[in-house]
Design a binder for this molecule. Sequence first.
Ligand code: ZN
Length: 224
Amino acid sequence: MLPLIIGGLVAAVGFAAGALTSHAAGEKDRQAAKQLEKVNTDLINKRDALERRYRELTDETNDQVNDLQRKLIESELEKDALFLVVRLQNSLLLLMQVIDREASFEVLFQFREAVNQTNIVLAHIGEELIPIPKDYFSRNLTRAKLKVAKLGKALTEEQKLLIQQLSTTASEGSISCPKCRQQNAVMKNVPSLKCGGCGSLIDLISVQDEIHWNARTVPSLAAQ
Ligand SMILES: [Zn+2]
């Protein structure tokens, strides 16, 4: 149990730190940026300490530790890990709010990965998953697109890739193309889309009975 939890936490903190740093860099409110930086430093320090202690414990050349000591260290590590999960949850809820004020593709992507990784850990220890509002990713993806459009800029290749990766979470359903059977992500209130497989235009209103709407509201546990 411990290797999985620590591995998941290390990955989750990595993504959360990426999201916190990127968002803080673009934050106009200095006070808010400082708070995010502080949360980030705290998370990284706690993760590093946990990882270091875990490495010491699992280091095979370390024969100074007997079985009893090992059990003690393991239970301490578990406690530290749980403490870090709670910190991580709080940081992600904070991040969720600040992204809702100012969204960008990069931050949204790292946030989603952090949530997925944290949820894997939470599911493993039998805790409730981080509650993400149903339309959270789709609305912020739209906002980020609008922001780029308002600046009169074209999307970079990197941004296009991020949109593609995010749209699996942002989508609220899927439709298989009537011509080539390729699965396409569907958003609510969008009347048509261009098939990603054959490029033909799919009129979603005429095929609405064939749209498969997602029942899940929380990002999937499997990292995508
Ligand atoms: Zn097609």
